[in-house]
Design a protein around this ligand. Structure first.
Ligand code: ADP
Length: 289
C-alpha cells in the first residue's frame, strides 16, 4: 500500500474580464471548483494506477465534498481528519488571455497533528511506501516514524523549501525534484542532488523527460519524454510521481515504473484539468505513443 501525507485543496477558478488592480472591485464572470492540491493529485494518480492508497490529510467543515471526490476516485479516505479550520484552497484568477494569479490558503493542510500521523502509520506494514510533499505540516515527523516502521519513504520537494527538504533527507529512500527544484537544492546544499545520501533520486525535466540516479549502483538512467501536443501541464508532475510509486508498490522494477509514469504524464499534458482527468492504467497502456 501507499501512504500519502498530502494536501487536499479546493481549486476555485474565477474567470475575470482582466486582472484586478490594487483597490479594484471586480465581478467574476464564472466560477469552477475542482479537487486539487499536489497531495490529492498524487493519491488519485497512484489509485488510478492500481495501488491501494491511504490518504493522510485534513479538511475543514466544508471539505466533505473533497473527501467524497477522493473516495469516488478510489482513494482510501479513512485517515483524513475533519478539523475546525478552513479546507485548504487556491483562489485562481484567470483573465481572457489565460494568464493567472493564485492565492493559496493552506488551512487544514497545515494543521495535521503528530497523533494523527502516528495513529495512521501504525496501521501500515513494513515495505509499504510513504510519500510526502511540502504542502502539509508534519513531514519530518512522518518520515522519521515511517523509517522506524520499515516503510520506504519518498519526498517530493515541492513547493521548494530548502529547510524542509533538509529536515527529511536523512529518512528518504526516494527523492523527486523537477529541474528548478534540483537547481535550488544544489544552491542550498552546495551538493548535487545525487550526492545527498538518498538511494534513488528522480529529476523530472518537463518535455525532456526524466532522469533517475541510482546512487547505490552509481548509475544514471534517462527517460525520453513522449512527443505530444501539450494542452495543460498542470498535474503532470503529480501524475508522474503517483505512477512511479504505484509501479514500485505493484512490484515493478524502477525502469518499468518510470516508463509507465512517463506515459501517464505525457497523456496528462494532453488533457485540461487535474485530479478529475488523471488517466488510469488501462488508458496509459492503450495510449497511441
Ligand atoms: P512539474 O510539473 O512537477 O514541474 P515536469 O514539468 O518536469 O514536472 O513534468 C513531469 C513529467 O511530465 C515529465 O517528466 C514528463 O514525463 C511529463 N511531461 C511534462 N511536460 C511534457 C511534455 N511537454 N511532453 C511530454 N511529456 C511531458
Amino acid at each position: 500500500a501507499i501512504w500519502n501525507l498530502g494536501s487536499i485543496n479546493a481549486d476555485m477558478i474565477y474567470a475575470l474580464p482582466h486582472m484586478p488592480t490594487a483597490g479594484e472591485t471586480l465581478a467574476a464572470t464564472g466560477l469552477e471548483q475542482y479537487l486539487g492540491g499536489k497531495g490529492a493529485n498524487m493519491s488519485v494518480a497512484a489509485a488510478r494506477a492500481g495501488s491501494h492508497v491511504c490518504h493522510l490529510g485534513a479538511v475543514g467543515p466544508e471539505g466533505a465534498w473533497a473527501v467524497t471526490r477522493l473516495l469516488e476516485y478510489g482513494v482510501d479516505t479513512r485517515h483524513i481528519a475533519q478539523l475546525d479550520v478552513p479546507t485548504g484552497h487556491a483562489i485562481i484568477a484567470v483573465d481572457p488571455t489565460g494568464e493567472n494569479q493564485i492565492i493559496l490558503f493552506p488551512g487544514a493542510n497545515r494543521e495535521i497533528s503528530a497523533d494523527q500521523v502516528g495513529a495512521a502509520l501504525s496501521a501500515a506494514s513494513a515495505g509499504d511506501i510513504l510519500v510526502m510533499q511540502n504542502e502539509t505540516n508534519m513531514q519530518a515527523e512522518a518520515a522519521r516514524v515511517g523509517r522506524d516502521l520499515g516503510l520506504k519513504v519518498a519526498y517530493v520537494a515541492a513547493p521548494f523549501d530548502a529547510a524542509a527538504v533538509q529536515a527529511v533527507l536523512p529518512y528518504l529512500d526516494y527523492l523527486f525534484l523537477n529541474e528548478v527544484e534540483a537547481e535550488q537544492l544544489r544552491d542550498a546544499t552546495g551538493k548535487t542532488p545525487e550526492a545527498l545520501g538518498v538511494a534513488d533520486v528522480i529529476v523530472t525535466l518537463g518535455a525532456k523527460g526524466a532522469r533517475h540516479y541510482d546512487t547505490t549502483a552509481g548509475t544514471t538512467h534517462d527517460v525520453a519524454a513522449h512527443s505530444v501536443v501539450p494542452v495543460d501541464t498542470t498535474g503532470a508532475g503529480d501524475t508522474f510521481t503517483g505512477y512511479v510509486l504505484s509501479g514500485l508498490d505493484r512490484g515493478l522494477p524502477m525502469a518499468q515504473a518510470l516508463a509507465q509514469a512517463n506515459r501517464a504524464a505525457a497523456l496528462m499534458v494532453t488533457r485540461k484539468g487535474t485530479a478529475d482527468v488523471i488517466p488510469d492504467l488501462k488508458e496509459v497502456q492503450d495510449a497511441s505513443f
